[in-house]
Design a protein. Structure first.
Length: 175
């Protein structure tokens, strides 16, 4: 079924666009929410991502990967572009040496729903949230994050550490 939808997208078929939007809007929106601090910004980013997905569908090659991965990467890139565009308001604290973080028990991690966790991530300062998402959710390395965001590797590590600590404190308050 997905192949016929992809062909429909490539043919600029509105019904296929609607079907793809209905199928993927929730995971795409959740990506946007992880990077944006509010729903309005997340919806704007999602709109821009949809335009890119539909306009660049000709570049998608079914033999090289899955549509979900390809389209989700576009959503991530649009989210990061949104943050770059408002770069002057993102504050990255220069890092002191970071210490390993003690993680909550595995049992505790099952207490929060993904919606609750997303809300906690949204409350992080922009710099913390961006690095956390890139490292934990998207799998970027610290050197990649540093280059992409034009910050030091130590700053990337520090932002991640501080984000984790802040999330851990927030989770402890909830449980």
């Amino acid at each position: 079924m997905e192949n016929s939808l992809i062909q429909g997208l490539k043919a600029n078929d509105r019904a296929a666009q609607t079907a793809v939007y209905q199928a993927y809007r929730t995971p795409w929106y959740m990506i946007c929410l992880r990077y944006c601090s509010n729903k309005e910004d997340a919806l704007d980013v999602l709109q821009n991502a949809l335009i890119k997905i539909f306009s660049k569908i000709g570049q998608f090659d079914e033999t090289k990967g899955q549509f979900k991965s390809w389209s989700s990467q576009i959503v991530v890139n649009e989210s990061l572009q949104f943050l770059r565009d408002k770069r002057q308001s993102i504050q990255f604290e220069e890092a002191e040496l970071i210490h390993p973080l003690q993680y909550a028990d595995e049992e505790d991690s099952n207490i929060l729903s993904s919606e609750e966790l997303t809300k906690l991530i949204q409350q992080l300062p922009d710099g913390y949230r961006t690095v956390f998402n890139m490292y934990v959710m998207e799998g970027y390395t610290h050197p990649e994050i540093a280059e992409y965001l034009d910050i030091g590797i130590g700053t990337s590590k520090s932002q991640l550490s501080k984000a984790r600590k802040m999330l851990q404190k927030s989770i402890e308050v909830l449980v």
